[in-house]
Design a protein around this ligand. Sequence first.
Ligand code: NAD
Length: 254
Amino acid sequence: MIVGILGCGAIANIIASKFMSKNSNIKIKYFYDHDVEKAENLARLANGIAVLNIEDMIDNVDLVLESASPISVETYGLDILKKGKDLMVMSVGALMDNKLREEMIKIATENNAIIYAPSGAIIGLDGIKAASIGKIQIATLTTRKPPQSLGKPASEEEVLYEGKASQAVKKFPVNINVAAALSIACNMDVDVKIVVDPNVDKNVHEIFIKGDFGEFTTRTENLPCEANPKTSMLAAYSAIKLLKSLNENFIMGT
Ligand SMILES: NC(=O)c1ccc[n+]([C@@H]2O[C@H](COP(=O)([O-])OP(=O)(O)OC[C@H]3O[C@@H](n4cnc5c(N)ncnc54)[C@H](O)[C@@H]3O)[C@@H](O)[C@H]2O)c1
């Protein structure tokens, strides 16, 4: 399987440096970024090819791994799927747009392509997916981040947002992939609280789920990527693990 990366920033750099394609049928070969220098730097590091035109990448790969921005999913997602290429989406916030998500699923189905959304910066999506087989009554997310991660100076704890995930995604598009992943997995617009907290040095996500199965609480304390404090290391690791699993014959977890 030949993979191309769309968006050569923090996540892409971790993926390219940690994904060992030796002894693997999966090769990360093409790199595209609207900042050409970033694509060229990463291509050099990964011994791959930087393309100036995204079509040159789409035509030559089996899967495009998007690690760019929600707008890039809107701009290129349908074109990638129309060509029958699989798509791994990191900017899951884009998929909160029901119209876009349904259209992408329709086009993927018609063209025998698969859309993957790695679990990203949270734990527990396996349990949530299993729980969604029954009815989920309550799903809440509290995201607590240091000021530099939210790009919002603060000398004390402050609630920046409290409401539904669909609205949070519009106000914090780059920071709210977790709320989107949770909502899509639960099939409901979950209740979200976003807190800027100068007393934490990690991106912290607390999830509470109550349903027919019982209830659970998860707490993820994520170390940020050096290259981008808004992004958690675990998000990049989840993409690497999902990518590796495409080549495996034993799948653990839902
Ligand atoms: N699913 C999750 O849990 C999760 C966690 C962290 C980050 N993310 C998302 O993943 C994406 C990448 O994160 P990152 O930390 O690597 O970001 P980053 O800013 O470090 O890198 C993004 C790169 O994509 C490029 N880019 C942006 N828009 C583009 C476009 N339309 N066309 C071509 N190139 C484009 C930028 O030039 C940049 O090099 C972001 O959208 C982020 O919100 C998801």
